[in-house]
Every structure is written in structure tokens, then in C-alpha cells.
Design a protein around this ligand. Structure first.
Ligand code: NAD
Length: 496
């Protein structure tokens, strides 16, 4: 079916190529979509360029832009179950989790709709009576928006909503495995009245269409969410044209539990931290860093609880978590676990794919706990992006020594996306939160976020921020306009 959306038209790939999408939970066919190549990507970029340079959108009044974003949120409220079903089938995620994702997406569109109307720039007081000095914001231009498969429409909304709120045009390239909700979004934007050419959709493999979207001199900004290796190559490919690049990459996120924590709460949340969505969450608490004196109590209980987690397909009402995105991804996760055991980690539970029954038919991998880990191990340093928890311990003879040891481990990673600290000592949690070099820190909690607060990583977890107020600024240029109200010769150079 024509599934590329270019300049307001649904079209096939120029080459005629297609891709079959299957549900990773059971391998069943879901949909066949067009597989774009560089020629299609070029057309999409041209359409977005033309819509920016000649179309009405960049100068459309902010209230009208906001109204379109609100309409998309309304349509998602209307189509919520349909879109959640698309994402459950594409990803193998539980349908109920996909429904919750839809609620978050509605919130994101409404957040940026309200921000769109609050940006009036500012007047600068120069102290000179005959001068008007204003700082105004303008859209950046044509944006390439490249997104991953784990939260398909949510990650897309974090980019599309602020890009449109600021008046940009864009080409969206979702992950090749999860195209359906992006197609729904294009239809919703069309229905909402977005002018043609403003939103364009390219489906296809990153290696094929990605370079056109990141190298083109017609593109002004690339916003990418995905893995660190892809992020590095995108940054390099965007460098020759010095375009803006915003990167949301991975994380190896520490979840630190001190001995004085509320242990039932800490243990329960440690499970959600790492095993939610089968660990395919950039901010998953994959590194448990636990004070030595409570190690056995905490880890024994985590193992007991992990073994009870019910794994199942998207529409299995008993399931508590779903499948991995693909067989290829499962193989990658299994390789990390095997390597960890070879490096000396102790496998406490999981670590082997299901070999019989319904779960053997899909890309299911059991919740896995690796004990006796250290920061030198590959499984501690690299993202497996699966349901795999590594356990490290710390200790200290004094309060300060224990905190130093915990912080040192928590920061001993190239990443800096998110982390948590658990303790009932109010001073300690503040001190530790301040010293952790991660973009989000939860104190006595794990995972919640709101669209009003910025999200993003330090170090190699990326640059820039999404959501919050800064998430809009990423898509805006700042311009200073100076006006002399009483023009006169400058008189700097001699007139003789
Ligand atoms: P990925 O890097 O393989 O792919 C992400 C996107 O980039 C896909 O659309 C892919 O087709 C595209 N791509 C691949 N090569 C490209 C190239 N050369 N040029 C342009 N585009 C290219 O990542 P993934 O496996 O889809 O997603 C998982 C990763 O995403 C994990 O590392 C996870 O931590 C990260 N992630 C980060 C956040 C965050 O907020 N920081 C959120 C979600 C996921």
C-alpha cells in the first residue's frame, strides 16, 4: 500500500520495494509497507524545504499552530485503542502498555500546544532612547526526525509536537520495524488541516535513507533518538553542513539502594525499573548498585519476584511484560548475557530463551539477573536493551565513604541518561542526586516523567533536551533585531 507521505500525497517507494512487518510475539504478518530509498528521501526533503521557504506554515500565527496540535491530541483520544493496537502488533508490547503510551502522547501534544502560544520573544533595554532592540524566536527550518522502535509514537511526539509548535517543516523517519503509528500521525495531521509539505514520512532502513536525511544541505536540524553508535555516525554526517544535531541516545542507568532505604518500595521499584517493557527502555534501571550489608536480602527477593513475572503476548491479559522487538534483538541480548557469565557474573535467574510452549514461538526472553558484576564487565558498560539486571555492591566505613563509593559506581559509565537513589536519609539522597552525572535523577522512585520537565542525557547519552521548555527551544532560532529610531551618520570614519 502507498505508505510514504510526501508533499501531502500517499505514495509507493520509487523502486517499488516493500517491507513486511511481523509481530515479534508470534511472527504473524501485520502489514506490508513501502520501503523507501534515497530518491524518496530526497523528494521528502525537497517537499519540506519548499513548504518552509514558500508555504504559510512558518508564519502561521501561534494560536493556529496550537489548534492543530490540540486537534491531533483530540484525534488520538478518539483513535486511542486503534493506535495502541498498531503499536502492540508492531512491537510485541502489551496492548495495555501501549494504551498508557497513548495517554502520554496526548499530554505531549497538549503541552507543546500551550507552549507554542507563550513565546513572544523579549525587548532588550539598551539604555539608548533612540534604539529598539528585540530578541525574537523563529523556526529553525527543515527538520529530519529519526526515531526508534521502543516507544514509536511517543518518541515521535517528543519531536513532531515541538517542531510544529515552533513553525518548522519536517521529514519523519521512524524505525523500520514500527511504521504504523507514524502513518496514523500523518493522517491525523492531514485531518487537522496541516498544509501540505509540512509533514513528510519516509519508511525504510536507516542505512539506506538515513544519510540523505542527515547530510542534505537542505536540512537545517537533525533530531535523533536511538543507539549511541548510530548517534555518533549521524553527528559526523551532519558536520560538513554544520547543521544542528540533537541526540537522545542510550543509558546504563544506576539504581542505587542504601541500607537505610524503604526496602519493600526499593525492591518493588527495582523490578519495574529494569523489567518494564522487557527492559527495552532507554532509562531502564539496568544497574542495581546495592549496599553490601543488604545485598543478600535485596537480591534474593529480586530473584524470587523476577521468576514470578508473567511474560506473554500483546493481548494476553495475564501477561505483565511482552516480547522483545525481534529475533535479532533477542540474539543480541542473549550474547550479552553469555559474555557476562564468561566474564565472571553469576547468573541468578533467566538467561535462556524459552524452549517450549507459546513463548518459544516469539522473541520472548525471561527476566534475567546477573550477580557479582563489576564496572569492567561489558554487560555493565554496554546496553543490552533487554530484561537484564546487573548487580554491583558498595560499602564504606563511614557515611561519606559509602556515598563516595555509590556515586563513583553510579558515574562509572560513558552514559548519563537517568538514575535513582533510595534512602530514608533526606540529606543523603540530595547529596547523592547532586553528584550523579545523569540527566534525570529519581529519589525514592523510578521511571515517572512529565512533559513539562526536560528529558535528556549527559555525556554520551546525548546532547540537547526534549520536553519541558528547552524541548521547544531546540526547534527555534534566536534572532536579535536592532532598529535605530533616529538614523544618523555613524561618524566613525572621516568624511574628508
Ligand atoms: P538505532 O540507533 O538502531 O535506530 C534508531 C533510528 O535510527 C531508526 O529509525 C533507524 O532506522 C535509524 N538509523 C539507523 N542508522 C541510521 C543512519 N546511518 N542514519 C540515519 N538514521 C539511521 O536504535 P534502535 O535500536 O531503534 O533504538 C534503541 C536505542 O534507542 C537504544 O540505544 C535506546 O537507549 C535508545 N533510546 C533512547 C531514548 C532517549 O530518550 N534517550 C529513548 C528511546 C530509545
Amino acid at each position: 500500500m502507498p505508505s510514504l507521505y510526501i508533499d501531502g500525497e500517499w505514495v509507493d517507494a520509487e523502486s517499488g520495494a516493500t517491507r513486511e512487518i511481523t509481530c515479534p510475539a508470534d511472527g504473524s504478518a501485520v502489514i506490508t509497507v513501502a520501503e523507501a530509498g534515497p530518491a524518496d528521501a530526497r523528494k521528502a526533503v525537497e517537499a519540506a524545504r519548499c513548504a518552509f521557504d514558500e508555504g504559510p506554515w512558518p508564519s502561521t500565527p501561534a494560536p493556529e499552530r496550537a489548534a492543530i496540535l490540540h486537534r491531533v491530541a483530540d484525534y488520538l483520544e478518539r483513535d486511542k485503542d486503534e493506535v495502541a493496537r498498531m503499536e502492540a502488533l508492531d512491537t510485541g508490547k502489551r496492548f495495555v502498555e501501549s494504551q498508557l503510551d497513548m495517554d502520554d502522547i496526548i499530554g505531549v501534544f497538549r503541552h507543546f500546544a500551550s507552549l507554542a502560544q507563550g513565546e513572544a520573544g523579549r525587548v532588550v533595554d539598551t539604555g539608548m532612547p533612540d534604539v529598539s532592540s528585540r530578541v525574537v524566536t523563529e523556526p529553525v527550518g527543515v527538520c529530519s526526525l529519526i526515531t526508534p522502535w521502543n516507544y514509536p509514537l511517543l518518541q515521535t511526539a517528543w519531536k513532531v509536537a515541538p517542531a510544529l509548535a515552533a513553525g518548522n517543516t519536517f521529514v519523519l523517519k521512524p524505525a523500520e520495524l514500527t511504521p504504523q503509528s507514524a502513518m496514523w500521525l500523518m493522517k491525523a495531521l492531514e485531518e487537522a488541516g496541516l498544509p501540505k509539505g509540512v509533514a513528510n514520512l519516509i519508511l525504510g532502513a536507516g542505512a539506506d535513507v538515513g544519510p540523505t536525511l542527515t547530510e542534505s544541505p537542505e536540512v537545517d536540524l537533525v533530531s535523533f533518538t536511538g543507539g549511541v553508535v548510530t548517534g555518533r555516525s549521524i553527528m559526523a554526517s551532519a558536520a560538513p553542513t554544520v547543521k544542528r544535531v540533537a541526540l537522545e541516545l542510550g543509558g546504563k542507568n544506576p539504581n542505587i539502594i542504601f541500607a537505610d532505604a524503604d526496602l519493600p518500595a526499593a525492591i518493588d521499584n527495582a523490578l519495574t525499573a529494569v523489567f518494564l517493557d522487557s527492559g527495552q527502555v532507554c532509562s531502564a534501571g539496568t544497574r542495581l548498585i546495592v549496599e553490601e550489608s543488604i545485598h543478600d536480602e535485596v537480591v534474593d527477593e529480586l530473584v524470587r519476584r523476577a521468576e514470578k513475572i508473567r511474560v506473554g503476548g500483546p493481548f494476553d491479559e495475564n501477561a505483565e511484560t511482552g516480547s522483545l522487538i525481534s529475533e535479532d534483538h533477542l540474539a543480541k541480548v542473549a550474547t550479552y548475557v553469555d559474555a557476562a557469565v564468561a566474564e565472571g557474573a553469576v547468573l541468578r535467574t533467566g538467561g535462556k530463551r524459552y524452549e517450549s510452549g507459546e513463548l518459544a514461538k516469539g522473541a520472548f526472553y525471561p527476566p534475567t539477573i546477573l550477580d557479582n558484576c563489576s564496572t569492567e564487565m561489558t554487560c555493565v558498560q554496554e546496553e543490552s536493551f533487554g530484561p537484564v539486571l546487573t548487580v554491583e555492591t558498595f560499602s564504606g566505613a563511614t557515611v561519606d565513604e559509602a556515598e563516595d563509593a555509590a556515586v563513583k559506581l553510579g558515574n562509572d559509565t560513558i552514559y548519563g541518561l537517568a538514575g535513582a537513589v533510595w534512602s530514608q536519609d533526606a540529606g543523603r539522597v540530595e547529596r547523592v542526586a547532586k553528584r550523579l552525572r545523569h540527566g534525570t535523577i529519581w529519589i525514592n522512585d523510578y521511571h515517572p516523567y512529565v512533559p513539562q520537565a526536560e528529558w535528556g542525557g549527559m555525556k554520551q547519552s546525548g546532547n540537547g533536551r526534549e520536553l519541558g521548555l528547552v524541548g521547544l527551544h531546540e526547534y527555534q532560532e534566536t534572532k536579535h533585531i536592532w532598529q535605530n529610531l533616529r538614523p544618523a551618520p555613524a561618524g566613525w570614519f572621516s568624511n574628508d
